[in-house]
Design a binder for this molecule. Structure first.
Ligand SMILES: [Fe+2]
Ligand SMILES: [Fe+2]
Length: 193
């Protein structure tokens, strides 16, 4: 049993945060290796990480948070309204930042080393947005949620995030993305040696 008890929803949210942090760590490492002389990882490595962050956090994780977790909390308390507004704004900012990352990577592919500093700066900004966002959700939102949500609220959230969710609602996509995550972890491991 983890720190959040037996709840499926919070454990899966934490797992997805951890995976996103790992992939962003891989992006930072890609930039670091590209800045050094020696064998540099191929562009496809960064592209696969971009694909992951575009599909999983941006299209699966954030919409579920907004439609289930944030919505139920808003129904039970006004205490977090400002925080939830800010987190929702950050979800939109995340999408913009991922687009900026794609552009920065393409410029680097076309222009070479002169565009690498900008790619680094874009990755760092995305990393800092996600780290701060994750901290607020884990340290502020989930503790309040555990306090104010009812058993019915949790049943809905657990069903949306958990392993017992509706098989017609994107589970195949999520399984594919899980495979992609493990592939990325292996690539990060290989290029680090
Ligand atoms: Fe979020
Ligand atoms: Fe989240």
């Amino acid at each position: 049993m983890n720190a959040w008890g037996r709840r499926d929803g919070p454990s899966i949210i934490l797992k997805e945060h951890q995976q996103l942090t790992t992939v962003i760590g891989g992006m930072l490492q890609f930039v670091r290796l590209r800045e050094q002389d020696g064998a540099a990882p191929a562009f496809v490595v960064f592209r696969s990480m971009l694909y992951y962050v575009r599909e999983y956090p941006e299209r699966v994780h954030h919409p579920k948070e907004e439609q289930h977790l944030f919505m139920r909390i808003r129904e039970r308390t006004n205490e977090l309204n400002d925080v939830l507004d800010e987190l929702t704004r950050q979800h939109a900012e995340g999408e913009t930042r991922v687009r900026n990352l794609e552009h920065a990577l393409t410029r680097y592919e076309l222009a070479g080393n002169s565009a690498l500093a900008d790619l680094r700066s874009q990755v760092e900004q995305y990393a800092s947005l996600c780290a701060n966002h994750r901290r607020i959700e884990e340290e502020v939102v989930l503790p309040v949620a555990l306090h104010v949500l009812t058993a019915d609220d949790w049943a809905e959230i657990d069903a949306a995030f958990g392993s017992n969710r509706d098989p017609f609602k994107g589970v195949e996509l999520e399984e594919d993305l899980d495979k992609l995550f493990h592939m990325i972890v292996n690539i990060i491991r290989e290029v680090s040696h």
